[in-house]
Ligand binder design. Structure first.
Ligand SMILES: N[C@@H](CCC(=O)N[C@@H](CS)C(=O)NCC(=O)O)C(=O)O
Length: 201
């Protein structure tokens, strides 16, 4: 069975469990508390020298890190990774964008509030601005097609869903972004997830 080393509160780790469930791969969690230095131990660094979760270990002992690389690999050969190469590149476009232009802002604001227990007012204004811009970009894209990278659901939807559905925990208000909220509900329905408060609001 696939083993996921991860923190069940972390969107990067949840992406992996959502994808494994979507493609019918049984998975067992090894829960890691990153705030307690669990990613700094010699045993963990032997699994991945990057020292971050998520990491997956396959039955044959091979390991893979980086959430978007993991979900892309787990879903390869399923409709969640389009076989058309341009559609696949559009999916990758959003996966790279998620890591550089969404996660560092939306997830880091959530870390500030949800993990560190700090107030929305004390968030870094530059990060808030970039997070708002990222959410606006998603809302705009969803005016043009039903899923984030085109007309079918891909792992880019799963990747972006993870922190977007929890954006309220980082102080972001989705209430004026109707298409984004509808997309969250669509993804949650496909993935059989309980609605997050952000989508329900
Ligand atoms: N780019 C990485 C980011 C992973 C990441 O930031 N993991 C955090 C938890 S969400 C972590 O392990 N933090 C502990 C550390 O960096 O020491 C991915 O997508 O997997």
């Amino acid at each position: 069975m696939l083993t996921l080393y991860g923190d069940p509160q972390s969107g990067n780790c949840l992406k992996v469990s959502y994808t494994a469930k979507a493609v019918g791969l049984p998975l067992q969690w090894v829960e890691m508390d990153v705030r307690e230095g669990a990613t700094r131990t010699a045993d963990f660094l032997a699994l991945s020298d990057m020292g971050q979760v998520p990491v997956v270990r396959f039955e044959d002992g091979r390991t893979l890190a980086q959430s978007n690389a993991i979900i892309r690999y787990l879903a390869a050969g399923t409709p969640l990774v389009p076989s058309d190469l341009f559609a696949q590149a559009k999916m990758d476009e959003m996966l790279f964008w998620e890591q550089y232009s969404h996660e560092p802002y939306v997830a880091v604001c959530r870390f500030h509030m949800f993990y560190l227990g700090k107030s929305a007012e004390s968030r870094d204004p530059a990060r808030v601005e970039r997070g708002e811009k990222a959410l606006d970009l998603m809302d705009g894209r969803l005016a043009r097609h039903e899923w984030i990278a085109g007309d079918t659901m891909t792992v880019a939807d799963i990747s972006l869903l993870a922190y977007t559905r929890l954006a309220h925990e980082g102080g972001f208000d989705l209430s004026t972004r109707k298409r984004l909220k509808e997309w969250i509900a669509r993804c949650e329905a496909v993935l059989d997830l309980e609605p997050a408060t952000a989508a329900a609001a």
